[in-house]
Each structure stands twice: as structure tokens, then as C-alpha cells.
Ligand binder design. Sequence first.
Ligand code: SAM
Ligand code: SF4
Length: 362
Amino acid sequence: MLLGDRNCLLLCCSYCVTMSTRIYDCFMTEPSQPAQLIDRFGRTVDYLRISITDRCDFRCVYCMAEDMVFLPRAQVLSLEEIYTLAQVFVELGVKKIRITGGEPLVRKGVLALLQNIGQLAGLDELVLTTNGSQLENMAAGLKEAGVKRINISLDTLDADKFKVITRTGDLHQVIRGIHAAKSVGFKRIKINAVILKNRNHLEVTDLVQFAIDNGIDISFIEEMPLGVVSQHDRSEAYYASDLIKADLYPHFTLIQSLEKTGGPSNYFHVAGTQTRIGFISPHSENFCSSCNRVRLTVEGRLLLCLGNEHSVDLKQQLRANPGNMALLRQAIVDAMLIKPEKHEFNIHEQPVILRYMNMTGG
Ligand code: SAM
Ligand code: SF4
């Protein structure tokens, strides 16, 4: 079942049919050729993000409502279903998978799932995004399971502010988690910090200094309007990447880098250190033309764009036709034809996208 913009579908219908046939032919009739997922704008999709749970031990103010209702178990993909889908995506040319959530490390059985996905032939990189709360105990297991890199969310170094932003989190637990990840040998650990005006914008220099002191990277993220949040006005809290750069320039020498890690970050090196600073700027610097990724939501919806609702229900496909991998592959190949050209975020309006980030997989 295809969901999405009907006008777009009608307009590009004949083009889509041609492209669909070409892409499918390419995959089906030339099995010796490496399979590839290509959308109608010529972008190759080789990066999949999977939200393996909508649950979380934190309630970050930009991500969730305070009184979140989580999905009943039957609506959530099982670990076996997630593995099957990951396998099919890798067969279709996906090289990088990021496991995320919700908080992925609170899902029972996550280590075995990671281990299995990490062994898929053809997958170059299995990576993880976590809030860090469970890392102290799980870092070693994640390394053993084959996770290559970890992004850890950390918006402030002030314990009280951390509690206010996450509503339930403990800063010290997360810091211990970061140290645990370092000590078991994870390289290129990265902090993700969502910066909100008048909440944590005065901390960008301290956060960069923390990254330098720990030999890790950091990305600053502009808040995206996903789901209705109650604690702040997103328009008022918007703090553009350029403002962050201006705050950092007096303290650090930033050298623009052409390096890419397969994500939307624009990177700068901090001169004289190992640290890179990334800026994820969905509002001030659109990165859609180089988008290489799709997302599998916790409900098994293949979401073609974070900032649109175009999607395909892969769980329904999987459950209605157990074992029929050809149908599943075809549904994924066809889905590329409704991947939108760009996101439609407008931080100054009420969110059009009612799904929260925890379901989507940030
Ligand atoms: N729980 C894990 C964590 O916090 O790292 C993984 C899931 S979380 C949804 C993934 C990333 O999305 C985090 O870095 C978080 O800061 C970011 N995020 C959540 N809501 C966001 C929003 N509305 N705008 C921008 N980033 C957001
Ligand atoms: Fe949980 Fe991550 Fe969302 Fe915070 S950002 S509420 S830690 S899923």
C-alpha cells in the first residue's frame, strides 16, 4: 500500500512506471550486477535508519510530549521482522544501517539483533544512536556485537538543565556511558546536541570543549517540527547553525572540511585537535539534494523522507505474505518512486507532521 502525495503520484505516473520497470529490471534480470535503490531524482539510497522501539527512558522536550502513549506490542515490528527487512535492504544495496529509536538500548534482545544485522554480507557499517543511559553496562556488548560507531545525545553539561530538557535523565549516568564507550575502544564517538535558544544555546562552547577534551566529535542539530510539543514555542526556540558558528569563532579555529560520513552534517575541524564539529541544518541549509537515506519506523512503515509522510507499509506486506521476499523487494524498489524531492519543514507554523521523532528514528 502506497501512502503519500496523490498529486505527485499522478503527475509523475508515466515517468514512474518507466523508472520502476528500469530499476526492477536492473535488479531482477541482472543478478550479477550489484543491486541499487535509486529514486526518481537520481539519488542512490544506500543508508537505512531503523527505529527499533518508540519507548524511551527519557522524555526530551523537543522529541516527545510529557504524557506519551506508546504503541501496543502487536503494532511494533518483532526483532525477527526487523532482521528480515534489514536483510532485504542490504540485498538491495544498502551499505549503512543506523539503529535508533526511541531509545534502542531499552529494547530487550537488542544485542542479538545487532549481532545478526552486523553480520549481513554486503553491509559496510552498523551504527547506533543512543541517549547514553545504558552505555555504562552495554558498551562492551555493543562493541562485540559489531557496532562500528556510536552517536550519543548530549544537549547540556549542566545536571539541572539536563533534567529539565530530558525530563527524566541523569547527566552523570550519560557521562559515565560516554567514558565506557571510549574505554571499550569505540572510535569517532559523536555527541548530538539539539540547540534551543534560551535553553542551552549559551553552552555551545562548553560542549565543543567537552568534545575536544574527550577526543570525540560533536554535531549541532536545528530542532525539527515533528509532533506537537508543549514546553516551548519552536519558532521562538529556533537557533540557526550560523549563530552557533558565530558563538564558536572567538574560541576555536574552525576549518571547513569536505569530509562526509554519509549523513547530513557539514563538518569543520577544530584546529589543533582531533575533534570535528558537524552542523545539521534542516532549516538554514537544505541538504535534501544529496539525501541517501530512508527510515523504517517502529511500526514497519518505510518512510521516504523525515519531513513528509510519503511511506509504504512494509509490515503489512511482511505479515500478509510471510516468506515472500520477492514481493517485499518489489515494494521497496517501488517505494523509491515516491521519495519526495525535499522536506517541507516550517519551524514557524504548527507541525504538519504529527509523528514524533521517537517513532521515526532520528
Ligand atoms: N534516544 C536516542 C537519542 O536520543 O539519541 C535515539 C533516538 S533520538 C529520536 C535521535 C536523535 O534525534 C537525537 O540526537 C535527538 O536529539 C534527535 N531529535 C529528537 N527530536 C528532535 C527534533 N524534534 N528535532 C531535531 N532533532 C531531534
Ligand atoms: Fe528519548 Fe532520544 Fe527522544 Fe530524548 S531524543 S526522548 S532520549 S528518543
